[in-house]
Design a protein around this ligand. Sequence first.
Ligand code: CMP
Length: 138
Amino acid sequence: SIEQTFGIIKPNAVQDGNIGNILSAIEKAGFTLRGMRMARLTPELCRGFYAEHVHKGFYPELEAFMTEGPVVLLCLEGENAILRWRELMGATDPAKAAEGTLRKLYGQNMGRNATHGSDSPDSAAREVSYFFSAFDRI
Ligand code: CMP
């Protein structure tokens, strides 16, 4: 069925000049862009977004990274979009990601892994509405 999912182009990929490459891959994969804007996450926004990870050991490092520079927030739509966006990104750890995936191409390590994607219908709904209002989705 047609789904919407949420994505982030993370600070390392923005800094490395890979926004265009990632958007190009998204378009070539046939997603419809329903929302897109740049933002600078604050610690408060990051904590709310990654609520399920706040108490994990890697969270301080995750917050420091996600707030170090601008990100691109995305709402992607398409057939089976949640799974297909995760497949395009590849495994969370770029070292384990398949050839040709975004994290393999543009990620440096588990933290600086270039992109985020929702992992389920529930998280997609929560994450899209966390960053996008009805006014800035087309
Ligand atoms: P993301 O899909 O944005 O969701 C949580 C992020 O935490 C994940 O990508 C990784 O970049 C980061 N992270 C850092 N260390 C770990 C870890 N040990 N396990 C899972 N995620 C981690």
